[in-house]
Design a protein around this ligand. Structure first.
Ligand SMILES: NC(=O)N[C@@H](O)C(=O)O
Length: 242
């Protein structure tokens, strides 16, 4: 689809922002944090191991299979099965690209959201690994997501949601889930990022990125980090105890 303009409902000028929880994020993907997945022990009993937390997959691979066995298959609206893809998308197949994103803090709060993107054929995983000194650990980055509207094959603006993620939380966008480009809050923040991409003569890293530029900005109200709850939303998260 490439780049296109997104016509928003005229009255959609702001949305509430809430603290990220796995439950609230589930329609869009997974939250990676202690307490998610299936608990086992490891390291001779010295470690608690949380398994199968994120469904990692690309439909541009010959041996496509979601990483979480049986428990969750990708939403058919969000990712076409390889058998439905033109062969040129599978030759060469995409491969896992593990990268580091070092993101400068957004200069503007409330955040003026103007762009939303998706990776139709691959999940995209982000995990914060470092933030400059003095940051509030509960205020790491801003996550803004929307489901795909199968009728328009564009963002379903009725499902647009914004979250503040803490530094102990990672996220995994389902394939095709619309999301704002990653937004660091207050301080430069480094992330691990994993996505399936191709690199070569006939391909490019950004070939599986569709971008929608909105016809007006949506204001995302993230307050300063003076207090614990920066969003004015009730903190309903029951973070797992370490
Ligand atoms: N998701 C995000 O923040 N950006 C990436 O998709 C990218 O490669 O730009």
């Amino acid at each position: 689809m490439g780049d296109k303009r997104g016509r928003l409902p005229p009255d959609l000028t702001t949305i509430p922002c809430e603290l990220l929880t796995a439950e609230a994020f589930r329609p869009y993907g997974e939250v990676i944090e202690v307490g998610q997945g299936r608990l086992t022990t490891a390291n001779m009993g010295t470690a608690r191991r949380f398994n199968w937390i994120a469904n990692l997959y690309s439909t541009r691979t010959k041996d496509f299979a979601p990483s979480i066995p049986s428990s969750r298959t990708p939403n058919p609206n969000l990712s076409a099965h390889p058998s439905a893809l033109p062969s040129e998308l599978l030759t060469p197949p995409a491969r896992p690209n593990l990268t580091i994103f070092s993101i400068a803090p957004t200069p503007t709060l409330p955040f003026p959201m103007k762009v939303i993107e998706r990776h139709k054929y691959s999940t995209q995983f982000f995990m914060p690994i470092h933030q400059e000194e003095g940051s509030h650990p509960q205020k790491g980055y801003l996550v803004i997501v929307a489901l795909n509207d199968p009728v328009t094959d564009g963002p379903d603006w009725r499902t647009l949601k914004a979250f503040v993620a803490a530094m102990h939380q990672g996220i995994n966008y389902s394939a095709g889930c619309w999301h704002a480009p990653m937004i660091a809050l207050d301080h430069r923040t480094d992330f691990l990022m994993l996505v399936w991409e191709r690199e070569g003569e006939q391909t490019s890293l950004s070939e599986d990125t569709d971008v929608v530029t909105m016809d007006h900005a949506i204001s995302i109200p993230v307050a300063s980090s003076k207090g614990h709850n920066f969003t004015g939303a009730k903190d309903t998260s029951k973070g797992a105890k370490l």
